[in-house]
Design a protein around this ligand. Structure first.
Ligand SMILES: Cc1ncc(COP(=O)(O)O)c(C=O)c1O
Length: 403
């Protein structure tokens, strides 16, 4: 597998064209947000890119600033006193949010960091095999490329064609790719390319049955849909705070099931699992404290309500885009494989980067360019702060640009 090239966000794309009136900031709450001023988007921006980086609602940002101010009053007192204790409370709160106990949960800086800790901490040797898919984000597969290069671990890759939604076929393909030397099955909960909701519980059961460790990259799932790591039956679950959880940038989580003991034993965990430890060092304290505020924010609305809302909006996108010429949806129709992300393919004549730029500059609609290794297209993320008007703005913008 190779590193997927990141698509740079062109600065020009952010310059709003003066001849187009920008929509006013909302005078009523956006979507499920409790207050009208909870989100600080520039006026008129239609943000459909939570899958890359989520916004932080005002209470979360306020908590960062307040914690930082406290820290400045007496850094060493707060960092190794009240803030250290509060970071452990964050850990407990995030753990409860994904359905495990505090001792099974680690606070990290990102999904990538969590995956790296896991891959390095497993002590894989030459001849061991890791089974993954061809739809993994670099944050979920660079770590396996590393152990392959450094330690002679072999990688086996299950292909998942964009447009495929057949859970049984995917599980069967995994089953036939497992060998006696397969130590790990590593796959995403929601695919970054198409949003496909993977049959995680079935894949984890398969891993258990065949004696492999299941490692789930949940970067796109936590905060977008309800996640219960125990119900999924995974050994390891890794996610970001700064996407759907709406926590500050530079936050993440790593669940290590108690049942696997010390099977994952990387350097940062040598002095224990506390957020601050002698082996992990000082972290982004205000960000970690505000991660708890983000969990409170989502809990106040309820993750069940959030998932239903996100899926309903995504379904609105699905239906509306069927009437737009020159694009083809490759995400699942409504059903068990659907998630709050949806992708479409464009014809070769329409470059996804160019259309991205036009959507952003002319219409203030922000989408994701799918890396070209997969297809020439875009991905749309619908989260609790998005509205039916956002969907209409996207559809109108696409119609204007494609017809
Ligand atoms: C499936 C998946 N894994 C990992 C990442 C990387 O996340 P982070 O920046 O938190 O490391 C992403 C980001 O888009 C992703 O979609």
């Amino acid at each position: 597998m190779s590193l997927l090239s990141a698509v740079p966000l062109s600065a020009a794309a952010w310059r709003m064209e003066p001849d187009r009136p920008m929509r006013q900031p909302p005078d009523r709450p956006r979507g499920l947000a409790p207050r009208a001023d909870d989100f600080l988007f520039a006026p008129g921006v239609v943000y459909l890119q939570t899958g890359s980086l989520g916004p932080t609602p005002r209470p979360v940002m306020d908590r960062v600033i307040a914690a930082w101010r406290e820290l400045e009053q007496n850094p060493v007192y707060y960092a190794y006193g009240p803030h250290e204790q509060a970071m452990e409370e964050t850990r407990a709160k995030v753990a409860a949010f994904v359905g495990c106990g505090r001792d099974e949960l680690l606070v990290t800086r990102s999904t990538t960091e969590g995956m790296n800790w896991v891959a390095q901490g497993l002590g894989l040797k030459a001849g061991d095999r890791v089974l993954t898919t061809d739809q993994e984000h670099p944050g979920g597969c660079v770590c396996w490329d590393y152990v392959a290069r450094k330690h002679g671990v072999a990688l086996d890759v299950v292909p998942i064609r964009p447009g495929e939604h057949d859970a049984r076929a995917i599980v069967d393909r995994f089953a036939s790719a497992i060998t006696p030397r397969t130590r790990v099955m590593s796959f995403s909960h929601l695919l970054t390319s198409t949003g496909l909701r993977m049959p995680v519980a079935l894949l984890c059961a398969l891993a258990r049955e065949r004696g492999c460790l299941s490692v789930v990259d949940g970067a796109q799932a936590v905060g977008a849909i309800a996640v219960d790591v125990k119900a999924l039956g995974c050994d390891v679950y890794v996610a970001s705070g700064h996407k759907w959880l709406l926590a500050p940038a530079g936050t993440g989580l790593l669940y290590l099931s108690g049942a696997i003991g010390n099977a994952v034993d990387p350097i940062p965990l040598q002095a224990g699992r506390a957020v601050y430890s002698a082996s992990s060092g000082v972290t982004n304290i205000p960000g970690v404290l505000a991660m708890a505020t983000a969990v409170d924010y989502l809990n106040a609305i309820g993750i069940g309500a959030i998932e239903r809302y996100n899926l309903a909006l995504r379904q609105r996108v699905f239906t509306a885009l069927q009437g737009v010429p020159r694009l083809r949806i490759v995400s699942s129709p409504d059903g068990p494989a659907a998630s709050p992300m949806l992708s479409y393919v464009l014809p070769d004549a329409v470059k996804s980067e160019d259309l991205y730029e036009r959507l952003s500059r002319r219409h203030h609609v922000v989408v994701k360019v799918v890396p070209s290794q997969w297809f020439n297209g875009h991905r749309i993320s619908t989260h609790l702060f998005n509205t039916p008007e956002d969907v209409d703005a996207l559809v109108n913008a696409l119609r204007a640009e494609l017809t």
